[in-house]
Design a protein. Structure first.
Length: 112
C-alpha cells in the first residue's frame, strides 16, 4: 500500500505565487525546489521556475510544480496523483497494475 496519496498540481509559471497563497490561508508550511537547484541542466530562463513544491498542514499534503519543458499543461492534465511508497516491491507491483492500459508520462525510477 502507498504510504501517501497526494494531489499534484502543475501550473505554468505561477507556482511561486500559488504556493505562497495556499500556504498562508491554512497556516501551512511549504518547501520549494527551483529548477536551478536541481542536478539537471536547465536553461537560464528556467532556473527560477518551481521544479517541486510541497505544502503541508497537519492533515494535508499538496504538491505543485511549474511543469517541465516550458509548455503550458494540456487542459485536463493539470492535476495528478502522487503515490509514495516505502516498500519497493509494493511500489513495483502497483506501478505494473496502473501501467496496464495507462499512458506512462515518466518511467518508474528513483528521483533525486
Amino acid at each position: 500500500m502507498a504510504t501517501t496519496m497526494n494531489p499534484y498540481v502543475t501550473l505554468n509559471g505561477t507556482c511561486t505565487e500559488a504556493v505562497k497563497f495556499w500556504s498562508e490561508a491554512p497556516g501551512a508550511t511549504s518547501h520549494v525546489m527551483r529548477m536551478g537547484d536541481s542536478p539537471m541542466q536547465v536553461p537560464p530562463e528556467a532556473k527560477d521556475l518551481v521544479m517541486h513544491a510541497t505544502i503541508k498542514t497537519d492533515s494535508l499534503i499538496l504538491m505543485a510544480s511549474d511543469g517541465m519543458g516550458g509548455t503550458a499543461p494540456t487542459p485536463g492534465t493539470q492535476v495528478s496523483i502522487s503515490l509514495n511508497f516505502t516498500d519497493k516491491d509494493e511500489q513495483t507491483r502497483v506501478w505494473e497494475r496502473l501501467s496496464k492500459g495507462g499512458t506512462i508520462t515518466m518511467p518508474l525510477s528513483d528521483q533525486f
